[in-house]
Design a binder for this molecule. Structure first.
Ligand code: BYC
Ligand code: FE
Ligand code: FE
Length: 448
């Protein structure tokens, strides 16, 4: 049985891990069958499977039925002969940890569980999209993403099973019990309870939510807890494709609308089955604002503890030459806040601002993608905009006030009006849904 699980964690000889997995595995498969892609279980899909950490081994392609996918456990191996040192925080310069220090057990478990919870959540959110895939190319991409999110759950469950004893085993079970959007047992982070009902929403999801994943995984990859750092480093190799699916999916929709603008009567692309730029912009407004809540508060004692305790670093903490102070006990982050009816500057001690720092990296990445989209639609005079970081927040320092898309403070009534005008309406969702006609023939797509 263990031969069938590709891994580089010596599963063959780890009796404790085998025992934990033996119990969890049937429940995982039951979850996959119930909550994974609906139908298509008997179809052979051309999928990438990670079978080793050697060059090329992480991307082995073959036709497999999804329920028979070989989910595996991989940690990026350490550089041979190099003693790994902690790169930031209070423990900087010391050897990295290959077990969990007792005093950080609670925090590490919580971070791992939060990360883990998003993986099955996304599979649940994308469950029915296969039925309306705009092409076989998209269908394969969707399933590739789905099985890999399944593997990301495995990656986190490995850490829980291997390093967190009975608590870890209980958490691993609960990860299979929560359900995206369920009112009694929802997924942990808000945005992972949002319905993702059409392919434009899916492209936005992969663009914005998976991109949050990239930055969160990147900061966990700096962790002093070596197994977490190495697992997340390996996950990042798979993540690149998910981001590509999202960004290029949006590019394709934008390109098609640009083409249709030139021929549609009155430049009304809805007359020829296209998605108007305005609707695409509304989806972007909705998904971008949902995704930035995933960073937590811009001024956060949790974030300060995670950084101080060398558990979670910044993006490319040890690779970015511009980061010179890895202890971050000095200096401030200038955070614009709305206080007493006006905008002022809060000097947030650097460690407390780590969520804001990560959010900034993410924001810049989104702006870069937006620039690329705007190159496509420039010829018909449209420009997409990433909304302000203050707009439509449920977490963080802006959550208690109302702001418009440019970040100006507005009243609640004004905000409600902005929301109904600048995020998709029921009618617009229904319109986009009406376009979702599946195309399952080789070499064809919805647009011919
Ligand atoms: N929703 O100091 P605060 C991915 C809670 S995506 C609900 O503001 P902190 C993927 C918080 O728990 C990457 N609750 O923030 C993508 C705390 O609760 P308590 C996922 C939230 O602690 C696509 C309170 O508010 N990875 O991989 O720094 C497909 C105040 O906390 C939210 C991770 O998230 C929210 N949005 O938390 C598949 C990495 N935000 O203590 C996969 C692990 C905050 O008052 N997680 N709260 O009960 C973390 O590092 C951190 O927990 C957070 C920020 C980034 C979430
Ligand atoms: Fe993932
Ligand atoms: Fe992903």
């Amino acid at each position: 049985m263990w031969d069938n699980i590709p891994n580089n964690v010596d599963l063959d000889n780890d009796k404790k891990l085998q025992k934990a997995l033996m119990k969890w595995l049937p429940n995982y498969l039951e979850w996959w069958n119930e909550m994974g892609p609906s139908d298509f279980a008997a179809d052979k899909i051309y999928l990438r499977t990670a079978i080793s950490v050697e060059k090329g081994g992480w991307a082995h392609f073959d036709y497999v039925k999804m329920p028979e996918y070989r989910w595996g456990i991989f940690l990026t191996p350490p550089h041979k002969g190099v003693e790994k040192k902690i790169g930031f925080g209070d423990y900087m310069g010391q050897d990295t940890w290959d077990t969990v220090p007792g005093e950080f057990r609670h925090d590490l478990r919580r971070m791992i569980v939060t990360q883990a919870d998003t993986e099955p959540a996304s599979v649940e959110q994308q469950r029915v999209l296969g039925h309306t895939a705009p092409s076989l190319y998209d269908l394969r991409n969707l399933f590739q993403v789905n099985v890999e999110e399944g593997r990301h759950l495995w990656a986190m469950v490995y850490l829980l099973h291997r390093f967190f004893g009975r608590d870890g085993r209980e958490e691993a079970e609960e990860l299979l019990e929560r359900r995206s959007g369920d009112s009694d047992t929802p997924r942990i982070l808000e945005a992972f309870n949002k319905p993702t009902q059409d392919w434009l929403a899916f492209y936005c999801f992969a663009m914005f939510m998976d991109r949050d994943g990239k930055f969160q995984l990147g900061s966990l990859a700096e962790s002093a807890f070596e197994p977490l750092a190495r697992t997340t480093t390996f996950m990042l190799t798979e993540e690149a494709h998910h981001l590509f699916v999202g960004e290029s999916g949006l590019s394709r929709v934008i390109r098609r609308t640009t083409e249709l603008m030139k021929t549609a009567p009155d430049e009304d692309v809805t007359k020829v089955g296209g998605i108007p730029f305005e609707i695409i912009q509304k989806y972007i407004n909705e998904w971008f604002s949902a995704s930035i809540d995933l960073f937590g508060s811009e001024d956060s004692s949790n974030a300060a503890n995670y950084f101080g305790h060398s558990l979670k670093g910044r993006w490319h903490e040890t690779r970015d030459k511009d980061i010179t102070d890895h202890v971050a006990l000095e200096g401030h982050y200038n955070l614009p806040v709305w206080e007493n009816g006006r905008l002022s500057n809060r000097e947030v001690p650097m460690r407390r601002a780590m969520n804001a720092v990560l959010l900034n990296e993410y924001h810049q990445d989104c702006e870069r993608a937006c620039k690329r989209w705007n190159k496509i639609c420039a010829e018909v005079g449209f420009e997409f905009k990433i909304p302000s970081l203050k707009f439509n927040r449920n977490q963080g320092v802006y959550a208690s006030d109302n702001f418009d898309l440019e970040g100006n403070n507005v009243t609640e009534a004004q905000f409600d009006a902005i929301m109904s005008k600048h995020t998709p309406s029921e009618k617009e969702y229904a319109y986009v849904q009406s376009l979702m006609q599946p195309v399952f023939e080789h070499g064809r797509s919805q647009t011919g």
